[in-house]
Design a binder for this molecule. Structure first.
Ligand SMILES: [Zn+2]
Ligand SMILES: [Zn+2]
Length: 346
């Protein structure tokens, strides 16, 4: 089969021929329906230096996957051949305290495993087949189309986790600000509208992204420029936002977030843009909690799939063939892609 592989750091991905993978004991082979192209893949391709992460190339890209169970390895159980499933992406040890709670994204032993998941150190979904180590990573899709469901596993799961921890703040009359209305941000807006009564304000530098934000339910959109903090303050009667979720994570967006948030608020950093926020007594509002979040848990993915099955959230998807996957990344890089690009390998 053909696969889109990262063969080295700071390197264009390559479409190469590889042998079809066979599932070993306990493993499950998935025929990929869709593999989402994630902005973080661009950082893998162009930004990361060798040694930054405890794993590395070569591996097949694609950490946001859904498809059909194709073959079970010896002793694998819990799913049936032909069943449509979403693939939970971050793979931990499965037995530590965090993994036992379904939070394999925060596995205690992650550093010694040698990969973060399929498409992140181990072969991912940008190929006809992908092998998943255990059926506990597979969530039945019900009636959902695997192509449209692929983004649920990252573009929706990651904001779902980031938003869920802040729900106690998102009471009637509150305001949530989504910074970056791209693949994750456009799902975050829908998740906020589905889970809480907060007013949702979307902020982006790209007017097309703001149009999408409005289409998927944002109450207000703000162009990210020098006046964005004032715009959010004005729209919250001067008090600021209860929750700001930053899906970009550069210096400018973090500075904006700290300026737009109110005291006792949450500023949650999801985007891996590499920016920093100076923390001092006078640099952020009183009792503002600043936290990073990374991906989400298996129970949360089950909840996300349930939200999609209930018709409450839906990824805006543009489909690409495997041969055109490099084009999807190139368009993402120049800001000419809105919603989620999903690679459909077969
Ligand atoms: Zn991702
Ligand atoms: Zn673990």
């Amino acid at each position: 089969m053909r696969a889109l592989r990262l063969v080295d750091w700071k390197h264009e991905p390559e479409l190469v021929e590889v042998t079809d993978p066979e599932p070993g004991p306990g493993e499950v082979r998935i025929r990929i329906g869709g593999a989402g192209a994630c902005h973080s893949d661009l950082h893998l391709m162009y930004d990361f230096e060798g040694g930054l992460l405890p794993w590395g190339p070569p591996f097949t890209l694609g950490h946001e996957n859904a498809g059909w169970v194709d073959a079970l390895g010896a002793g694998a159980s819990g799913v049936e051949v032909g069943e449509a499933v979403a693939v939970y992406g971050p793979w931990g040890c499965g037995v530590c305290h965090r993994c036992a709670q379904g939070m394999e994204n925060y596995c205690v032993h992650q550093a010694t495993i040698g990969a973060a998941g399929g498409g992140l150190g181990i072969d991912g979904g940008m190929a006809r087949y992908m092998v998943v180590p255990h059926s506990r990573y597979l969530v039945p899709l019900g009636e959902l189309d695997p192509v449209e469901a692929a983004p649920l596993t990252d573009a929706a799961l990651t904001p779902y986790h980031a938003i869920k921890r802040s729900l106690p703040l998102l009471i009637p009359g509150s305001t949530a600000v989504v910074v970056g209305a791209g693949g994750l941000g456009h799902m975050a807006i829908q998740i906020l509208k589905a889970l809480c009564p907060a007013r949702v304000v979307a902020v982006d530098t790209n007017s097309k992204a703001l149009e999408l934000a409005y289409d998927v339910g944002a109450d207000e959109t703000v162009l990210m420029d020098g006046n964005a903090v004032e715009a959010v303050r004005a729209s919250t009667h001067g008090v600021g936002a209860d929750v700001v979720v930053d899906f970009v994570g550069i210096d400018d967006t973090l500075r904006f977030g700290a300026g737009a948030a109110r005291s006792l608020g949450h500023l949650t950093l999801v985007g891996i843009g590499g920016g920093t926020l100076p923390l001092g007594f006078f640099t952020v509002p009183y009792e503002l909690s600043v936290a990073t979040t990374y991906w989400g848990s298996i129970p949360e993915l089950i909840e996300v799939v349930a939200l999609a099955n209930a018709g409450k959230i839906r990824a805006r998807v543009e489909r690409f063939s495997l041969d055109d996957a490099p084009t999807a990344y190139e368009r993402m890089r120049v800001g000419d892609l809105h919603g989620r690009a999903v690679v459909v390998p077969s």
